[in-house]
Design a protein around this ligand. Structure first.
Ligand code: APR
Ligand code: ZN
Ligand code: ZN
Length: 363
């Protein structure tokens, strides 16, 4: 039987979000219905509300979530009712050219639930990033559910579903940060701080945090930054070189998505170093650099999609490290809020007051 629950909906461009009754169908083949326990508020939710992603309104927002599988479709075998899971954006297909070459983290044919959740009048909802988890219940492809240790509280576990995973993975997976490396992270919001935490976990020797907001730099220290640079007052490239014996960092992670900070990243790495772009630029942005510098500096210029994560590999491992006290995922949770507080959380996010506000269902 389809169920009716409360969900946070963006009805039209720029309008404040509203709490609406939504209809969540029974899971069909390949689908799972999940009782959401907690869901973080991310910039991407705000971008959906502002019409900056696409114009397929109304959106059911929320996509950084943990919950418990309530029911599954007839053919689903990899998760079962009662499983404690983190939701991810995309189920991996297993058959595309990336999957067949053993690189499912790059799957080019990922998918979400087939059936649509709707408003009471039958209007179809577009779930944010194929999830839609500011709701008491949501419908996803079963492959979007990854089982993890239920000892991790949902407001913490859910964060791996998006921004924190993107940052951790930018360092660990894409940047391949290793023991003894020097790393610089430009932009220390949730994504940048996660890149710092990932670099620390991977054994980096020097971790330089760059931001224009001193509050962010203070927080970055808590996650493992050994040096901080306020690039409003100091030249970021010079400061990174200074902190690395005059050479530049082995890995520079750009966690904002802007041409000027990408250029800083490009020039702040050592010869044969790696630049990782995890911040998402907008389509109008352009960059112009001398081609000879691309050649002369060698190394690698990479982008990190969702931290190049493979949920089945990375989520349970990172939750275990958290439970062992080796990864401070709890420090990303600035506050827990109720499902009716998402609009207020957007406001705080906009002012840079929080790393993550997390909706806890029933609070
Ligand atoms: N130089 C240095 N730091 C900057 C600059 C700049 N020119 N402009 C902004 N910042 C800092 C902000 O002060 C803030 O601390 O970058 C940080 C960005 O953090 P958030 O806005 O909290 O964003 P976050 O959630 O970390 O995401 C960062 O990754 O996934 C993408 O879409 C996301 O592009 C975004 C990026
Ligand atoms: Zn997100
Ligand atoms: Zn695939």
């Amino acid at each position: 039987m389809a169920v009716q629950v409360q969900g946070v909906v963006a009805r039209s461009k720029g309008a404040p979000v509203t709490l609406e009754t939504i209809v969540v169908p029974d899971p069909g083949p390949g689908e799972a219905r999940v009782k959401v326990l907690a869901c973080g508020v991310c910039h991407t939710d705000l971008h959906y509300r502002e019409g900056a992603i696409n114009d397929e309104f109304p959106f059911l927002l929320g996509h950084e979530a943990a919950g418990v599988v309530e029911s599954v479709g007839p053919d689903v075998t990899d998760v079962a009712p009662g499983d404690y899971v983190i939701l991810n954006w995309r189920a991996v297909c297993g058959n595309c050219r990336a999957c067949l070459r053993g690189r499912p983290q790059y799957c080019f044919s990922t998918f979400n639930a087939t059936q649509k959740m709707t408003l009471l009048d039958g209007t179809e909802l577009s779930p944010a990033l194929g999830i839609g988890a500011f709701a008491e219940m949501t419908l996803v492809a079963a492959g979007q559910c990854t089982k993890v240790d239920p000892a991790a509280p949902p407001e913490v576990a859910g964060l791996l579903g998006c921004g924190v995973m993107a940052g951790l993975g930018a360092a660990i997976n894409t940047g391949n940060v290793g023991r003894g490396d020097t790393v610089a992270v430009i932009g220390c919001g949730g994504v940048g701080d996660a890149a710092i935490a990932g670099s620390l976990l991977a054994g980096a020797r020097t971790i330089i945090a760059v931001d224009i907001d001193d509050r962010k730099l203070e927080t970055a220290k808590k996650f493992g930054a050994t040096h901080t640079v306020n690039s409003r007052t100091v030249d970021a490239v010079e400061a990174i070189r200074e902190a690395t014996g005059g050479f530049g960092a082995d890995v520079v992670i750009e966690a904002i998505g802007r041409p000027e900070t990408y250029e800083q990243a490009f020039y702040a790495r050592d010869l044969a170093g790696t630049v990782v772009l995890v911040g998402v630029p907008d389509p109008s942005m352009r960059i112009e650099l001398p081609l000879i510098e691309f050649f002369g500096r060698g190394g690698a210029l990479k982008s990190s999609w969702y931290g190049d994560c493979l949920p089945s590999r990375d989520f349970p491992m990172l939750i275990d490290l958290y439970l062992q006290g080796r990864l401070p995922l709890g420090d990303f949770v600035s506050e827990t809020i109720g499902i009716g507080d998402v609009e207020a959380a957007f406001e705080k996010m906009h002012h840079g007051d929080v790393l993550r506000s997390v909706v806890v269902m029933g609070s």
